[in-house]
Design a protein. Structure first.
Length: 375
């Protein structure tokens, strides 16, 4: 009876271990839609030039910004008002650039968000209204028209004495759903005979895993990796004129992305990111803590009695060199992983700045089996 219970317990333990292993693999895998893009299914950038009105005296200086004045005069001409030859002193107008992203398969009448940024010397776009602005693509055609109230996520205030305070960037704002799509970008998805998948992080192993996952789904060897970035497949006969369904199935497949062993260092902020596959060979690390302190000690220099000299204040330099005796020599074994590497360096009590220097020194010695990227 005791043997039977032990067998049951052992079987249950093995099941739990297997479930944990499968769960860890499942969580480690990523969907193809999260690591790759389908060629042709992408956004397109739009840009336009327009005028913002309704500002509370924080617009462009018409006298110094010529293009704002010319744009205002041209706009008034279009609505039948002749402002040429007159003096314009408006301070509530600003010339702006308007940008937006045209979504894949955007249809006429749908709306998209736009960003508005001042071009001249406007101080604040808060409360302004963007007038109808055509948005053009790289081919010069108009694809959307933007207009609406600008929302500025910043605060700016100025006092009568000239003192001011600001938080954020008040010369840039956003109009949610501020543009209406007028023209569509033609793209017949269902007529595709070949689907091209582009990996966001190029890697030979990941590309091969993507092609294997697609072939396993379709049951035929139709997908192949052309290079570290590109995977292509011929559309099977069963999905002719129904490519969208095939893409839906492909993008939900899960694969385990591979990655290079890399250490990313931001010297400005002292941030260090170490990949999980970083390995180092056996080596010893010691951190020296040398402190040099120079201090100036003032003293009075008086002339000899009955002389014509003057009493002056001079200084003497005192130099103190102190090297900490608490420095430790830490030995890191060959092939240590990320956690062991971090634990070993933390044992030295190093700061992020010192850690950057240590990692660069390990790389220079040839013991670090990873690339170091400084940003």
């Amino acid at each position: 009876m005791m043997t039977l219970n032990l067998r049951k317990i052992a079987g249950f333990t093995a099941f739990v271990a297997l479930f944990a292993a499968l769960s860890s693999q499942a969580f480690a895998a990523s969907r193809i839609k999260d690591i790759a893009d389908f060629e042709g299914v992408r956004e397109n950038q739009l840009i336009g030039y327009g005028l913002v009105v309704g500002l509370n005296g924080t617009g462009d200086n018409i006298k110094s910004i010529d293009f704002t004045k010319e744009s205002l005069v041209s706009m008034l001409d279009q609505i039948g008002i002749n402002a040429r030859g007159g003096q314009i002193k408006a301070k509530n107008i600003a010339a702006v650039m308007v940008t937006a992203n045209f979504p894949p398969f955007g249809r006429q009448g749908s709306r998209i968000d736009v960003m508005v940024s001042a071009m001249g010397d406007a101080k604040n776009l808060q409360g302004g209204t963007l007038l109808a602005t055509p948005l053009i693509g790289a081919d010069g055609n108009v694809y959307a028209v933007a207009q609406g109230q600008i929302a500025v996520g910043a605060v700016s205030a100025r006092g009568a004495s000239g003192s001011s305070v600001s938080k954020g960037v008040p010369t840039s704002g956003r109009i949610a759903n501020g543009a209406i799509i007028e023209n569509e970008i033609p793209f017949d998805l269902n007529s595709l005979k070949t689907i091209t998948i582009a990996l966001r992080n190029p890697d030979f192993t990941t590309a091969r895993r993507v092609s294997d996952a697609i072939n396993a789904l379709l049951g035929i060897d139709t997908a192949k990796a052309l290079d570290p970035t590109t995977v292509t497949l011929e559309v099977p006969y069963a999905y002719q004129n129904n490519v969208a369904e095939l893409m839906t199935k492909i993008e939900q497949l899960k694969v385990q992305p591979d990655q290079l062993a890399k250490v990313v260092i931001d010297e400005t902020s002292g941030i260090i990111v170490i990949g999980k596959d970083v390995r180092i060979n056996r080596l010893a690390i010691a951190q020296g803590n040398l402190t040099i302190r120079i201090s100036e000690i003032p003293f009075l220099s008086q002339p000899l009695p009955f002389s014509d000299g003057e009493t002056v204040v001079a200084s003497a330099s005192a130099i103190d060199v102190n090297e900490s005796v608490d420095s430790k020599l830490t030995v890191l074994e060959s092939g240590v992983n990320l956690q062991e590497l971090v634990d070993g360096l933390n044992a030295l009590g190093v700061s992020p700045r010192d850690l950057i220097s240590i990692l660069q020194a390990i790389k220079a010695s040839g013991a670090l089996q990873a690339d170091i990227e400084v940003i």
